[in-house]
Write a protein that binds this ligand. Structure first.
Ligand code: BES
Ligand code: MN
Ligand code: MN
Length: 463
């Protein structure tokens, strides 16, 4: 029996324990939304660190920087002469959203019809579990075929703001020949997918004020500018009737779609009805046509805007008022070659200029992460293709991603442009960031098998 076969057998035999540990992990509400360090994220880091020690990783350390959610690091470096891979996942999770919309409580993981439900199960605690399970399987079977470093991020969901500091301090310790990240999606359940690009993101907070206290709308309405109306008019200028982003001074820098990428997109399975059903688009609602590109082009290769929060006065308890102020949180997804900083500044200037009636506008830039794009060629990607084909029993596809992972671009750059393999288990039915988030357990199993094959495949990479 080869080491790979032993490791595969071990992983299969210990799947119940792995799922058990994942469930325990998912009981910890390590929500990172509030940047102030909190006890639950500390517990979540502890849990990850214990799991890492248990599987045989060494030098396991919870990395604490001042006022940053904890990262966790571990390594196994006993394969002299073999390549080193850096494995990434994140242990922080999104807030649970509206409790009444969960069919089972968000932090009490429950299995239903082959899926495990709970906040953070797929985004991204399963991602961490895949690494841990594959490492454990090898270390229980005689050792890993290559050197492994593991970094578990504690602040991914809020933009890994302290990555810069982190990078400066730990660059040496994190050096590797290949990065493997388990935090992206499969195009559909059971279809293994390698992600070749991520959009970036820029977030701007907007506040519009016109009066210093709310007024009776009958007594004062007419001459007094309504700040909510003003804000709606301003927001309405950010996209055109096809959904294209129309921020002054932004657009010329957007790269045309590479013909190779265009062909890759065209080769992917796509079905309008399935897409609409998976997204839950209501009957009669049309998809935005954008610049005429395909759905995948619009999601992965064009910028988009989402107003992710809006605030004026709650409907419950509303009275006939002109309210004094309104606020919005505006997220812009960016693509090559947009510059996050510039987009944020252009957006702020655009809003200031569109403010009707001289209403007071305050904008605050609230974080930015870079887009990342790679040409998925070369031995590392070929190794991933072979490993995924073995794990899932079908050939993988290459996909883009409309989401962002701030870690990828700076790390790949600092490590000298090493290949980054992005694989993961989000799928169109997983409800990441929404209520009833879930992990497809059949794919979790296949991903662990793939990871075991991947380490073997990567161990023979030319260095
Ligand atoms: N796992 C996601 C990234 C992702 C999104 C992968 C969609 C596959 C499909 C990640 O946890 C995430 O949500 N990232 C944030 C980053 C932001 C806070 C800078 C995002 O995209 O909003
Ligand atoms: Mn994630
Ligand atoms: Mn996420």
């Amino acid at each position: 029996m080869t080491v790979v076969d032993k490791a595969l057998a071990f992983a299969a035999e210990h799947m119940p324990e792995t799922i058990g540990a994942l469930k325990e992990f998912a009981r910890i509400p390590g929500v990172s939304a509030d940047p102030a360090p909190n006890a639950e994220l500390a517990r979540s880091a502890e849990f990850a660190a214990d799991w890492m020690r248990r599987v045989g990783l060494e030098a396991v350390e919870i990395i604490e920087l001042p006022s940053v959610h904890p990262y966790v690091y571990g390594e196994w470096l006993h394969a002299p002469g073999a390549p080193t891979i850096l494995l990434y996942a994140h242990h922080d999770v999104q807030p649970p959203g509206r409790p009444a919309f969960w069919k089972s409580p968000p932090f009490e993981p429950e299995e239903r019809a082959g899926r495990l439900y709970g906040r953070g199960v797929v985004d991204d605690k399963a991602g961490a579990a895949i690494h841990f399970a594959a490492i454990e399987a090898y270390l229980a079977s005689g050792g890993l075929p290559l050197n492994v470093k593991v970094i578990i991020d504690g602040e991914e969901e809020i933009g890994s703001e302290n990555l810069g500091t982190f990078l400066d301090r730990y660059r040496e310790r994190l050096s590797a020949d290949v990065i493997v990240l388990t935090d992206t999606a499969n195009l559909s359940a059971g279809l293994p997918s390698i992600t070749y690009g991520l959009r970036g993101i820029v977030v701007v907070m907007l506040e519009v004020q016109s009066i210093d206290h709310p007024l009776h709308s009958g007594m004062w309405g007419g001459p007094i500018p309504d700040p909510v109306m003003a804000m709606c008019k301003m927001l309405a200028t950010l996209t055109d009737e096809n959904g294209n982003v129309t921020i002054d001074g932004v657009g010329d820098e957007i790269a045309a779609l590479d013909p190779v990428v265009r062909e890759r997109l065209a080769s992917l399975p796509y079905d309008d009805a399935t897409f609409r059903a998976e997204a839950g688009v209501l009957d009669g609602v049309e998809l935005c046509k954008g610049n005429g590109g395909s759905t995948y082009e619009l999601m992965w290769h064009r910028p988009s805007i989402a107003i992710s929060a809006l605030e004026a006065a709650p409907i419950k308890g509303a009275s006939n008022q002109i309210v004094d102020s309104a606020r919005a949180r505006i997220g812009v997804r960016t693509v090559p070659n947009m510059e996050g900083r510039k987009v944020a500044e252009a957006l702020c200037a655009h809003l200031q200029k569109r403010a009707p009636w001289g209403v007071r506008v305050t904008t605050t830039i609230d974080g930015a992460g870079n887009w990342w794009m790679t040409d998925p060629k070369g031995p590392a990607f070929e190794a991933a293709e072979r490993a995924l084909a073995k794990g899932f029993g079908r050939d993988p596809v290459y996909i883009g991603c409309g989401g962002s992972i701030p870690f990828v671009e700076p790390f790949a750059r600092v490590l000298g442009g090493v290949p980054a393999l992005l694989v993961g288990l989000e799928d169109p039915l997983c409800n990441a960031h929404s209520e009833n988030e879930s992990l497809l357990l059949a794919d979790f199993d296949k991903a662990i098998v793939s990871a075991i094959h991947l380490y073997a495949e990567l161990s023979t990479l030319p260095r």
